[in-house]
Design a protein around this ligand. Structure first.
Ligand SMILES: [Zn+2]
Length: 130
């Protein structure tokens, strides 16, 4: 069991979010009759619509742990704030020293968080009360 925030990697998450299972993929990786929900250039699809042969996109966990700061940003649907907070955390922990990698990671996390908000279902306290 992980004990860190799935967004910014800080310790001690305080909430768990459930999403519809989704993947980050492109339209050619799903079955021909699958409705792909487009969010601008992003095409997240539900996992059950993933093409069994060509579906090679990254399948995301439907459960996401979040720390206090991230859960507040998530509850406010503050995509930019969440992205800024996480990238600041990554930079402070030395993960984003290279500017090129920084740009690529920013774009990747922006897509990921947008898909997360799109598929978000509900939150619950973490750890669960006995
Ligand atoms: Zn966090």
């Amino acid at each position: 069991m992980t004990s860190q925030c799935d967004f910014c990697s800080r310790p001690s998450p305080s909430a768990r979010y459930h999403t519809h299972p989704f993947s980050l993929t492109t339209p050619d990786q799903v079955c021909g009759d699958t409705p792909v929900s487009n969010i601008d250039e992003l095409s997240p699809v539900a996992t059950e619509n993933f093409h069994p042969t060509y579906g090679t996109g990254a399948i995301m966990s439907p459960e996401w742990l979040a720390c206090d700061t991230c859960s507040q940003l998530i509850d406010a649907r503050d995509l930019t704030g969440l992205l800024t907070h996480c990238l600041t955390q990554f930079q402070e922990s030395g993960l984003l020293a290279d500017p090129c990698r920084n740009t690529a990671m920013t774009a990747a996390y922006h897509q990921l968080f947008r898909a997360f908000f799109h598929h978000l279902r509900y939150r619950e306290p973490w750890p669960p009360s006995p």
